[in-house]
Write a protein that binds this ligand. Structure first.
Ligand SMILES: Cc1cc2nc3c(=O)[nH]c(=O)nc-3n(C[C@H](O)[C@H](O)[C@H](O)COP(=O)(O)OP(=O)(O)OC[C@H]3O[C@@H](n4cnc5c(N)ncnc54)[C@H](O)[C@@H]3O)c2cc1C
Ligand code: SF4
Length: 571
């Protein structure tokens, strides 16, 4: 029997970006919050002077321990799913701050089109534009309704950026000016303008200047050290939960953090959640944490898994299309890109920052006419300068062997003379792409692993073919001597890294028959249970997700406070 602990107002499962925001917002208002995090505590000091690429970027020191828990994967139902035993396609976080510590910091807002994708697609192109099997739906919230929460997240994190010429209206400018425009980014800007496109500096959670946020948290400017993605920031210049929201929760005196606490299930009677059971990962001892309100903030994969393990909500069945838990799993469609090589031009590419980039949205969302195209949505196109770390970056021309004299000579020759114009493609949901529990494989605690069934469809292949051509035009306009373009997309492969932008599984909407949570991320089926994160996305946009994840977390916090006061369904 688990040891029963004293009851709290709210228990938060997982303390990354979403858990940190919820904890800060609720404790500020006097609620007692217990945060359960399966990993250990970390602080900025852990990263002083450790630009160790092997340790962090290749041995994944900050990521989830896959020997304890992983996911299984298959491309379709005819295949047997196998466990992901080594890191590849995506890198779930672990420890205090979650993946929010080792992210890049690209912090976009989704387009108004995203939140009403079904209605707007039908309105402009008719129902036939949506192919069989594509399960897009409106999100049950509009951009205008979410805008104040985007604003809150950006001010808390100190986002550095400039107006997107094709973006939706904002209630206030970014709290900080954009990052430094390096010569490479200027070249992209000029090329894009020469093609009548609309470039702008990517919004960045790496601070462009010293900044104090509305909570009174002060942080210093980014040093462009280049060891950003997959690393913690030794200056605290990258917004992460540990340097922004968690100090606010801790200062309130209402927050109790429990590390090494892996939540196994939610306790409930079918209508109301009563708390959670967790295991101390060091001793194996189990504890029951009772709470009036339970909030899942354990990232897309575990948000879905914990609901399925706890038998809450109706599991999605792809054959009938009924049920919602596990539905509309989406990813990010990477692949469309043009790499440019210069023979006589050098940039200082060793310097950079996780979110140092110039981008454009001319081919994103429904900003362009899709009438004659065989796909919907699009991608944010960008050139980024994240810092060329020595082990990962060996730019060579196609046809060069990946070892030996030529390889070494070209790696050195092009190290500072190469760039990539890339497209971050949207991912549309499909009837047969979903999450469920694996019938065979279990974690270290004997519980079924989450199973992912996912592949790319014609939608994604057409998108990559079209966007690859656009990236090529820009790379050529940048004057590269050689341009190598990719316009092809094979089957989804879980082995190479693509992006940690998994979405869906516990999607939001206006109708309890087709969504799991309402527009405050409150479960339709259990009013004192909130599920926060990109798990709520009904599809994934052509942007990085965390700006929208953060906005939804602020909205959910407001909903939890309302629920704590008045009870009942918020929608
Ligand atoms: C390398 C990398 C680069 C990225 N770059 C960007 C970017 O530039 N822009 C962008 O928008 N997004 C980026 N992301 C994605 C971004 O990190 C996530 O969107 C964000 O961190 C999600 O916040 P979250 O709170 O949902 O999950 P997380 O921040 O991952 O937090 C979840 C927490 O829950 C804990 N947890 C999970 N299960 C349990 C359990 N059963 N019991 C207890 N605790 C549990 C985990 O240990 C973790 O600490 C990047 C991700 C990675 C990995
Ligand atoms: S690039 Fe900037 S924000 Fe990123 S780790 Fe280095 S100093 Fe921090």
């Amino acid at each position: 029997m688990p040891t029963k602990l004293p009851k709290t107002d709210v228990v938060v499962v997982g303390v990354g970006w979403t858990g940190g925001i919820i904890a800060a917002e609720l404790t500020k208002q006097g609620l007692k919050v217990v945060g359960l995090e399966r990993g250990k505590e970390r602080t900025t000091k852990d990263y002083y002077m450790v630009h160790d690429e092997l340790r962090y970027a290749f041995h994944y020191e900050l990521m989830q321990d896959l020997s304890r828990e992983t996911v299984t994967f298959r491309n379709n139902e005819q295949m047997r799913a196998l466990p992901m035993r080594r890191y590849g396609s995506f890198l779930p976080g672990e420890n205090l701050g979650g993946a929010g510590v080792h992210w890049n910091g690209m912090t976009f807002r989704f387009l108004p089109y995203d939140f009403q994708i079904y209605s707007k697609t039908v309105e402009r192109y008719g129902k036939n534009k949506i192919p069989d099997g594509m399960t897009i739906q409106d999100w049950g919230i509009t951009y205008d309704e979410l805008e104040p929460y985007y604003d809150k997240f950006e001010k808390m994190a100190g986002i550095s950026g400039e107006e997107n010429p094709l973006g939706a209206k904002r209630s206030s400018p970014y709290p900080n000016p954009p990052m430094k425009e390096t010569p490479l980014l200027t070249l992209f800007k000029q090329a894009a303008k020469s093609l009548n496109l609309h470039p702008y500096m990517s919004p960045s959670a790496n601070l462009s200047q010293n900044y104090t946020n509305p909570d009174g948290i002060s942080r210093v400017a980014c040093q462009y050290c280049g060891f950003c993605e997959r690393f913690g920031c030794e200056y605290g210049a990258k917004a992460d939960p540990v340097v922004t929201v968690l100090p606010v929760a801790q200062k309130s005196g209402n927050f109790t953090l429990v590390t090494f606490a892996n939540v196994l299930r939610i306790i409930h009677d079918g209508k109301t959640a009563a708390g959670v059971v967790y295991v101390d990962t060091r001793t194996g001892e189990e504890f029951e944490q009772p709470a009036d309100i339970v909030v899942l903030t354990s990232y897309v994969l575990n948000n879905t898994r914990l609901l399925l393990l706890s038998k809450i909500g109706r599991p999605y069945d792809p054959h009938t299309g009924q049920g919602v838990i596990g539905k509309n799993y989406c990813y990010q469609t990477m692949g469309a890109a043009a790499q440019g090589f210069f023979e006589n031009k050098q940039f200082n590419l060793f310097a950079g920052a996780g979110a140092l980039a110039m981008c454009l949205d001319d081919f994103n969302g429904d900003n362009f006419d899709h009438s004659s195209l065989k796909f919907i949505h699009g991608a944010n196109i960008s050139v980024s300068q994240t810092g060329l770390r020595p082990i990962a970056n060996n730019p060579i021309l196609p046809g060069t062997k990946s070892w030996g004299k030529d390889f070494k000579a070209q790696s050195i020759r092009y190290a500072n003379s190469v760039f990539s114009v890339g497209a971050q493609g949207a991912s549309m949901p499909h009837r047969y792409h979903y999450l469920d529990l694996d019938p065979i494989y279990k974690d270290i605690y004997g519980q079924p692993l989450l199973r992912i069934t996912f592949d790319f469809e014609d939608q994604e292949r057409e998108l990559v073919a079209f966007l690859g051509q656009q990236t090529e035009k820009i790379a050529k306009a940048m004057g590269a001597d050689k341009v190598v373009t990719n316009t092809k997309l094979g089957p989804y492969n879980i082995v190479p890294y693509q992006s940690t932008h998994n979405t869906g599984g516990v999607i939001m909407g206006a109708d309890p028959r087709t969504s799991a949570v309402n527009h405050y991320l409150q479960m339709w089926d259990m009013e004192n249970l909130f599920v926060v994160g990109a798990s709520a996305f009904a599809h994934n946009s052509g942007y990085n997700p965390t700006g929208t994840v953060g906005a939804l977390a602020y909205r959910a916090a407001e909903g939890i406070l309302k629920y704590h006061k008045n009870g009942g369904s918020l929608a």
